[in-house]
Write a protein that binds this ligand. Structure first.
Ligand code: G6P
Length: 368
């Protein structure tokens, strides 16, 4: 086959390491330097239709759902429209209200996930307009949507999604930029964002270069029976996907929480045996997150921090630190997500798990 493990022991490792090229392909030809926006050719929507859009609903399953949650933050932040994500199966079974001024988006790597397809069909039957964010060209979902954006991530073989998830987030960032430039984003801010997107492949490369230091954290993490992943606002979906990756391939139990919710429940479980992986982007919530870090520290939990800030308190409070490359706030979830993929991979590797084929899981869930 023309697609093999490329010298790596696992497809998953190759797919993580391939992400510089993946992001390049997803961005290719889509940055419009003249108008400081993104050019997305297959939407099948006129700017007028987009202006009339009042809200956006994103649907998907598994990692595509988590990518949709992250995408919702990106779009809402730049386009100033209410955006939410929901698991496709939950949506389709609750007799959803479909509105003409809502833009529906279904996200799927394979384009064949049964529940995502069923949600798409239900929305279209009710007269809604659906965009697809799909990797597999010519798949069922790609054929049935009203318009869409192909990810161009290339084939993904490993059951757990890595490069397709990153590619989905890249597509959402392009869509956020484009919708932002129709509404709330100035040409100046637009050109800053375009420049940030142009640099993204390099930033992905810098994140992959952290692999050895991330691998060095795995020996402590695999001793735990349970771990917490914490992040606020746009980092909460990153925490969810990070926990998902660890569960799927290492079988270590993990839970994700917004750090703000700690005191409403999970703090009862935090002890020296529950490592906490904390996402600390250098944004306006950093000082609030530092308070959570102190609460965790007081209970003696090992702290693994991921940050692009050099705030001295982070160093003081963390047992282990992953220093991420500085990127635009919009793109922070992309680099943080890749670091968490590497962390999950190295835990699974030490535990000698069946990394490409985790027990009980399938790559594409084409039945209910
Ligand atoms: C399965 C895979 C996940 C994937 C999900 C949705 O559960 O194991 O990795 O995120 O399906 O797949 P899709 O092809 O729709 O993105």
């Amino acid at each position: 086959a023309d697609y093999d493990k490329g010298g790596y022991a696992h497809y998953l490792h190759r797919e993580i390491r391939d992400q510089v090229e993946v992001v390049q392909r997803t961005l290719s030809g889509r940055l419009d330097l003249r108008f400081s926006t993104a050019h997305l050719g297959g939407l099948n929507l006129a700017p007028r239709d987009l202006l009339n859009t009042r809200r956006i609903k994103i649907l998907g399953c598994g990692s595509a759902y988590y990518a949709g949650m992250a995408g919702a933050h990106m779009i809402e932040g730049l386009a100033r429209l209410p955006v939410s994500a929901e698991p496709a199966a939950e949506f389709r079974y609750r007799n959803p209200v479909v509105e003409p001024e809502t833009l529906y988006i279904v996200a799927s790597q394979s384009g064949e996930t049964f529940d995502t397809l069923a949600a798409l069909r239900e929305i279209r039957r009710k007269g809604g307009f659906v965009l697809g964010i799909v990797n597999s060209v010519g798949s069922t979902i790609a054929r049935e949507v009203d318009g869409g954006i192909y990810m161009h991530a290339g084939p993904e073989v490993s059951v757990a999604s890595t490069k397709a998830y990153t590619s989905m987030l890249t597509v959402f960032s392009l869509l956020a930029l484009m919708l932002g430039r129709l509404r709330d984003v100035s040409p100046q801010r637009g050109s800053t964002l375009v420049a940030a997107l142009q640099e993204l492949p390099d930033k992905v490369g810098e994140t992959l270069a952290l692999e050895d230091s991330i691998a060095a954290i795995a020996p402590t993490l695999i001793k735990a029976h349970s771990a917490f992943f914490l992040g606020r606002t746009a980092s909460y979906p990153v925490a969810l996907e990070g926990a998902q990756k660890l569960k799927e391939i290492s079988y270590i139990h993990a839970e994700a929480y917004p750090a703000s919710e700690l005191k409403h429940g999970p703090l009862a479980l935090i002890s020296s045996t529950t490592p906490c992986i904390v996402l600390l982007p250098d944004d306006e919530l950093l000082t609030k997150s530092l308070t959570s870090l102190e609460e965790i520290r007081t209970r003696g939990a090992p702290i693994i921090s991921l940050t692009d800030s050099n705030h001295p308190r982070i160093h003081e409070l963390s047992d282990q630190l992953i220093t991420l490359p500085a990127v635009s706030t919009l793109l922070q979830p992309i680099v943080a997500g890749i670091a968490l993929q590497l962390l999950a991979y190295h835990c699974a590797l030490l535990l000698e798990r069946d990394i490409d084929q985790p027990r009980n899981l399938a790559k594409s869930v084409t039945v209910e």
